[in-house]
Design a protein around this ligand. Structure first.
Ligand SMILES: Cc1ncc(COP(=O)(O)O)c(C=O)c1O
Length: 380
């Protein structure tokens, strides 16, 4: 039987490739973005208790109300921004499922979606599956700054959506207030929807304030803000997240969501609803991860890698141009095979595989793993 692929250019993604290599060669794995330390036993206990209490059947389609209420309280506390739990918040199977439903709900044939490269890899396939076209704007290492004049030029009558991601995976860049003001000004009086991927909102450094789309009234009116409890609470395997948006946008979203998964893991929602009552559970994250970033960067000072410290996310980009002129994909493979450490080459997230000779390392790891990583990186 012969079928025509709907995604002819998609290959096995880089996380699977590097993860498999790391396992095969028993390498230290700083490639995929997940913590190698345990999540809070208190949260595990709350989820286990919810299972014992019998919350093991379907949850309501939009998520249990207590959890949506806690999400609303968080937006109120952190950003003084109101989202109504009844109509403006939906719990999803990770941020990925929120992103897929947003794109499916709104992208029609030939619609254009502006994305900034390097970009997290799940946006493009969903645009393509829905018949749309991505319009890339390539950002350049090491600053990954946005040229808003160029964004203005790329906006056309076909522009249906702009996808932003702050703090940004893979670069570790964060959007400034000025960036968000520019985005707001450019989209004012248009029908453009913003998909604001904010899964690393609590992982931001040097006392910077996360610039959520919900802080800017005109932007908020057109935005989906997407979050991930997996990223926030060190449980990436639980695949649970949420999105917030004004009622009219959320209504369309839910039409897709209800047939996509209908609803999400019930006992985890119960556990999270209780856990989120204490804001300290997420307010402590910047300090926790900044200590890890600083430890990692101090440890690799003697190395030949160059870097600008990550401003957010748990990723650090390292420039290896003083070591070799090899392509980043080749060098990343050699690091696994010869040195026993796995990373992610950034070219895979770029337009036409632009290669700036940089690799991404995940520092959501135990101090011991970071020390072992530094011992390797310092002798390369
Ligand atoms: C920028 C970004 N968005 C979305 C996701 C997916 O989040 P989730 O695991 O909650 O689906 C990730 C995961 O790495 C990410 O880095």
């Amino acid at each position: 039987m012969k079928q025509i692929s709907k995604l002819p250019n998609i290959e096995t993604n880089i996380f699977t490739v590097m993860g498999a290599l790391a396992t095969k060669y028993n390498a230290l794995n700083l490639s995929q973005g997940f913590p190698n330390f345990k999540s809070d036993p208190k949260l595990i206990e709350l989820v286990s208790q919810a299972m014992r209490d019998g919350y093991n059947q379907y949850a309501p389609m939009a998520g249990i109300f207590e959890l949506r209420e806690q999400i609303a309280k968080k937006y109120d506390l952190l950003y003084q921004s109101t989202y109504f739990p009844e109509s403006e918040i939906t719990v999803t199977a990770g941020a990925t499922q929120a992103i897929s439903c947003i794109l499916t709900a709104f992208i029609n044939k030939d619609d254009e979606v502006i994305i900034f490269k390097p970009a997290y890899d799940c946006y493009e396939p969903f645009v393509e599956l829905n018949g749309g076209n991505t319009i890339d704007i390539q950002l350049e290492a090491p600053l990954y700054a946005i040229n808003w004049e160029l964004v203005k030029q790329k906006i056309s009558p076909k522009t249906k959506m702009i996808v932003i991601n702050t703090p940004h995976n893979p670069s570790g860049r964060v959007f400034s207030k000025q960036d968000m003001m520019q985005l707001q000004a450019l989209t004012k009086d248009t029908n453009i929807i913003i998909l604001s991927d904010e899964v690393y909102e609590h992982i931001i450094y040097d006392d910077a304030q996360h610039q959520s789309a919900c802080l800017f009234p005109d932007l908020k009116e057109r935005s989906f803000v997407v979050g991930s409890f997996g990223k926030t609470f060190h449980n990436t395997g639980w695949k649970i997240g949420y999105c917030c948006a004004p009622k009219d946008l959320m209504e369309e979203f839910r039409k897709v969501h209800q047939f996509n998964v209908f609803c999400v893991n019930h006992p985890i929602q119960k556990g999270l609803a209780e856990y989120l009552k204490d804001p300290e559970m997420y307010l402590g994250l910047p300090k926790f991860y900044q200590e890890k970033r600083d430890l990692f960067l101090n440890l690799i000072k003697p190395s030949r890698f160059k870097y600008l410290p990550s401003k957010g996310t748990y990723f650090q980009v390292l420039d290896y141009s003083e070591i070799t002129s090899e392509a980043d994909t080749e060098f990343a493979k050699r690091l696994v095979l010869e040195f026993g450490i796995a990373s992610i080459p950034l070219s895979v997230f770029n337009t036409n595989h632009l290669d700036n000779h940089v690799l991404r390392f995940c520092f959501a790891k135990t101090d011991n793993t970071l020390k072992q990583a530094a011992e390797i990186l310092n002798v390369i």
